[in-house]
Structures are given as C-alpha cells and as structure tokens.
Write a protein that binds this ligand. Sequence first.
Ligand code: UD1
Length: 425
Amino acid sequence: MCLPEKKIMDKFIVEGGNRLEGELEISGAKNAALPMMAASILTTGVNKFSGIPQVRDVNTMLHLLNHLGGRTEDFNEDRLLFDTTHINNYEASYDLVSTMRASCLVLGPLLARLGRAKVSLPGGCAIGARPLDLHIRGLELMGAKIRLEQGYIYGEVKRLRGTRYYFDTVSVTGTANLLMAATLAEGETILENVAKEPEVVFLADVLNQCGAKIKGQGTDTLVIQGVQSLEPIDCHIFPDRIEAGTYMIASAITGGNVKINNCLPRQVETLTLKLRQAGMIVEETETSVRVISDGSFNGVNIKTQPYPGFATDLQAQFMALMTLAQGQSIILETIFENRFMHAAELKRMGADITLQGRTAIVNGVKRLSGAPLMATDLRASASLVLAALAAEGESVISRVYHIDRGYFNIEEKLYRLGAKIRRKK
Ligand code: UD1
C-alpha cells in the first residue's frame, strides 16, 4: 500500500505571532530511509524497515522500487515490508528522477545486482546544478561501461570489481551509491574523502549486518571487501536530524519553549552551539532537546559544510531566524551554488538580506510581516513556514508539496504546539 498523495495545489495559511510551547516527536530520517530502501535492491527476499517517515519522497522511492520489480508486501504506519526477489527491471525514468534526485541511488545497486542500469540524469534543480559525474567516474573505475544518451545514464558490467577512488568533493549520495555498488563487487574497494554523515554510517552498519564487509564508516576512508550476496535488511531508521533542527529553530524564532523528543542531540550539535551563541537556552537529554527562547537573540555567522559542520539542509531555516536577530549575521553556503531562493521571499516579508555569490548578509529587523509566499524547494519551504510563524499577520504559503516531500504532518505538529496554521486544499 502506498501513501495517499497530498494535493499539489495545497497551501498553508499561517497566522503569525504565537509562542510555541509543548513537546513533539520527530519522525524517522528521510535521508537515511531513502538509501536504505535503495540498498534493498542488493538483496533477495523480504526486507523489513521500521521508523520509515510517511513523506512524499519515501512514496516516490517505493514507486520506483516497485517499478523495478520489487513488491510492497505491507506498508503500515512506519513499517514497511518489501520483497526484492523479483527485481528484474533496470530503468529509473525521468519522471521519477526529476521529482526526487535521490532516485539516482538505485544506479549503483542495479549495476551490482543486474549488471545493467538505465537511470535518468537528474538535471539542474532549484538549489544548483548537482551533477552525477563523481558517481559515474567511480562506477567506471569499478569496470562499468557507462554512456550518456538522451538524458539517460546507461551502465553495463559483467561484475563490478574493486577499485581505489578519491572523491574530489564530499558527496553524500555519491558515497552511498559507490558504497552500495562495492558491497557486491569482486575484491576490495577503497573510497577516499567520503561523506561522514550519520546516514552514510548507518547505511554501512546495516549493510554489514546483512553480510557486507565494510570498514571505516565515520572516517574519511571506506574499505569494502566485496561479497557474493547479502541477506535482506532488517533495520529501524533513526530520527531525522533536519526535522529536529527545524523544530528547534521554530521554538527559537517564536520565543518558545519546545521539547523535541525522539531526537539524537549529538547529530544536531552544530546547530545547538549556534543557537546558544545567539542567546537561546538548549537543554539536552540522551534522546531529546529543549529550546527555550525569550524571542530576543543575536546575529551569529554560519558556514555550511559536510557533517559534522553546519548542515546545508538547515541553512534556510537558520536564515529565517537571523532575519529577526539583533545585529548582523553572515551566512556562507559552501555546498550548493544557488541555495538562497528563500532570501527573495523573506525579503518580501520585510527582511534585510543582501546576497553576494554564496554569501548572504542578514541585518536583523524588528518585525516581519505576513505575505503571500511561494515555496521553491524542500528546506526553503520550511524556512518560509518558520518566518510566517514569527511574522505579524497572515501568510499564505503556496506550493507546499515541496514541504510534503520531507516533513511528516508539519502543520499538525506545529498546531499542537500552539501555532495557528492550517492546510487549505
Ligand atoms: C547534499 C548534502 C546533504 C543534503 C543533501 C540535500 C553535504 C555534503 N551534502 O547531499 O547533507 O541532505 O545535499 O540537500 O552537505 N557534486 C558533484 N558531482 C557529483 C555529486 C556531487 O560535483 O557527482 C557536488 C554538488 O554539486 C555539491 C556537492 O558535490 O556541490 C554535494 O552534492 P550532492 O552529492 O548532490 O549532494 P548530496 O551528497 O546529495
């Protein structure tokens, strides 16, 4: 069973100015769930997942995996049983890859399992060019014959073989793709300058439980000894650090007091330090964080970097917060060249932001005013919701289908904390 699609024309109506208070639960991490689901292609049998977030990207990945010949046995709440016994199709079409770039995660697993893949090139997206050259070069070094034709990557190989590969740029999806491919390759693969994101470490750990031989997760170098086959996956997806971070900022921007449960504080530590620097109180337990704010805070600078640096996926939300800070904040985006789409919308609410290439200079203002707003990508949409919560008057945010890609029931979670937000179908 697939999740019901939320309507594409849905809008959020937000009446700003309410302090958020209370507790909420974080859902499973979308960016951990998607690679794990793609990794199921490497196995034959029924894969079991729990902690799967009910968001649109998960739906899209499931759709793609079913299209490849897999079978959804059961999908209920956060539990998914997925049978990969009959995976026999090797095509990921443009329709699927263009709506969700993570669809390209099937490339490595398809080559490893079927020796063939036809995966659409994702093309540019709202936040930057985002090529796949690093994935392709790595797979070629593993012996795959790759050609690009009519917008598709065609790959063919008898059996992938181990190699030594250095990533020129740290790439999360690139690391995941080559890691998955290497688990079933012949011999040893050494991947250098890899991503150290918790989602990559988790992928490696779970694949090891399935019989893979991976060492070095969480460091710059992964060493993978290829094996002949992997057992089906049985895993529980950990909480979403970006969702947690978004609600931490929601509490901060509304002068709130919110306890965020089912969260791993270690994974949001960089944000915690920045919030404390801005003047917020952040209390941590093993599995929760509480952010207490009196609504007055200072401007602080951030620079997005690969984990454990400040996450690019929280940059837009942090910028929304900084629009209301006392003083100036300099925001440097080092991961993507065009990830400031939200700045123009925030300016329409009265924010004072100047863009210079990959740098945003934000001078805090006393108030934002509600406005009709347009969501442009997943995290930019979240930043507009946060700004609207703190603004004076009503905001109408359209194209919230972007937000449905990655946040489970955001309007309900915020409403229970005291926000005046509703979805208009
Ligand atoms: C990145 C983020 C991740 C975030 C995701 C979605 C980092 C290191 N990664 O992951 O936290 O969840 O975006 O917002 O912060 N690149 C190439 N060639 C390639 C692949 C990537 O040049 O083949 C470049 C990209 O243009 C970009 C950087 O590497 O500058 C990372 O890009 P990409 O792999 O697309 O992002 P993800 O690793 O998916």
